[in-house]
Design a protein around this ligand. Structure first.
Ligand SMILES: NC(=O)c1ccc[n+]([C@@H]2O[C@H](COP(=O)([O-])OP(=O)(O)OC[C@H]3O[C@@H](n4cnc5c(N)ncnc54)[C@H](O)[C@@H]3O)[C@@H](O)[C@H]2O)c1
Length: 362
């Protein structure tokens, strides 16, 4: 049987995770698209990708055999590129965030429904072995209903460069709220994506011009670039089901260290999926853990769930899951309707922070 042919759009920092996941799942990465020709060639060469294009439009015109496209560009381009690929009958795997806001996400869903094609997003933290282990315990009823959860992705010094696309709201949609949306998504995944009711948020923009708070990835600064996004956010969200979620996201804040976690309190057990970074932003220094807090025989007991270590935080597994979902080997790890709820929550965070009042959902 012929391997499924995939094209990757955007040959930057994240593209190799897509390439590795797709090929490990048995697909062929047949083409690469990047508006920066040198970047595209540098990516294609060592991986023996023979087809290199400067725009998705050109690729779609010239390569009818491509069945699926992944989008790994700055956030502003997600919506137009997803819709273009869906309209040409391709399955799509797109990096997070799904779009800049919920209105864009609704347009994407409309296009996806019309196309009948598969659309998935890179919510890679769901694919982490610890997250899957925890989800299995939740599905088995071990935790009972999750009443409350805390979603945290906080850094001490992790601004991804000054003036590039990450810090420019028109290109990124916002700062750590939208960039580090993963733990909000993971908490909602554990809670079965309940419908939001009411949200109150405050954002801060301290340290956005302070080079001491820059992350360690070597992302270049742009001298005259825009830096107009938040550096930290604190929010509280209630759901129509009576559940609640508190949210802390930051790129730069006076924290002890970078902490990435979902902690929850269920009717039968509590739990935690956590990554503690030794040094902000450096995956190799991180320690992952997954624990359940239970009551057994009148005793308080803690269950340490040991799972395989995945330094990539599920990034290659999430890309592989897209291929496995297309080839019928696995269930898709996320659905477009969940992305719409997530984008509505992110919109509400920015709306509440700017108005200073709580936002009620319809
Ligand atoms: N899931 C994760 O853990 C994770 C981590 C980092 C970034 N991301 C996401 O991945 C995406 C890309 O981030 P990155 O760090 O790889 O960015 P990057 O800036 O390193 O690379 C983006 C690439 O896209 C190219 N590009 C831009 N517009 C294009 C267009 N219209 N058509 C074709 N190519 C285009 C650029 O030339 C560049 O090579 C973003 O959406 C970001 O939020 C996800």
């Amino acid at each position: 049987m012929c391997a499924l042919k995939v094209a990757i759009t955007g040959a930057g920092g994240m593209a190799n995770y897509h390439y590795t996941g797709f090929t490990e799942a048995g697909a062929e990465v047949a083409a690469i698209v990047d508006m920066n020709a040198a970047q595209a060639k540098a990516f294609a060469g060592p991986r023996n990708i023979s087809k290199v294009y400067d725009t998705l439009t050109n690729l779609l015109e010239k390569e009818p055999d491509i069945e699926a496209v992944s989008i790994v560009t700055p956030n502003k381009f997600h919506k137009p590129l997803i819709i273009e690929a869906l309209n040409k009958g391709k399955h799509v795997f797109c990096e997070k965030p799904p779009a800049l806001n919920a209105a864009e996400m609704q347009e994407i869903i409309d296009a996806q429904k019309k196309s009948g094609k598969t659309l998935m997003f890179d919510f890679n933290n769901r694919a982490r072995p610890e997250s899957q282990a925890m989800k299995a315990y939740i599905k088995q009823g071990r935790t009972g209903r999750i009443n409350s959860a805390q979603a945290t992705w906080v850094r001490r010094a992790g601004i991804p460069g000054f003036g590039g696309w990450f810090t420019n709201k028109a290109l990124s949609g916002g700062g750590p709220v939208i960039d580090l949306l993963h733990m909000i998504d993971l908490a909602l995944y554990f809670m079965d994506y309940p419908e939001p009711a009411c949200l109150l948020a405050v954002t801060f923009n301290d340290f956005m011009g302070n080079k001491a708070f820059k992350g360690p990835w070597g992302i270049p600064d742009a001298a005259n670039g825009v830096t107009d996004v938040e550096s930290a956010c604190h929010a509280m969200l209630t759901f129509k089901t009576g559940q609640c979620l508190s949210i802390r996201n930051s790129w730069a804040e006076m924290n002890e260290r970078e902490i990435v976690s979902v902690v929850f309190q269920g009717a039968k057990a509590g739990g935690k999926v956590e990554r503690l970074f030794g040094r902000d932003g450096i995956d190799e220094t991180a320690i992952d853990s997954c624990r359940l807090f239970i009551e057994e025989n009148g005793n308080q007991a803690n269950l340490d769930i040991i799972s395989e270590h995945d330094e990539t935080m599920g990034r290659t597994r999430a890309a592989a899951n897209f291929i496995d979902a297309l080839t019928g080997k696995a269930e898709a790890l996320n659905k477009p309707e969940e992305a719409l709820i997530l984008m509505k929550i992110i919109d509400a965070i920015y709306q509440s922070a700017s108005s200073g009042t709580a936002v009620q959902f319809d």
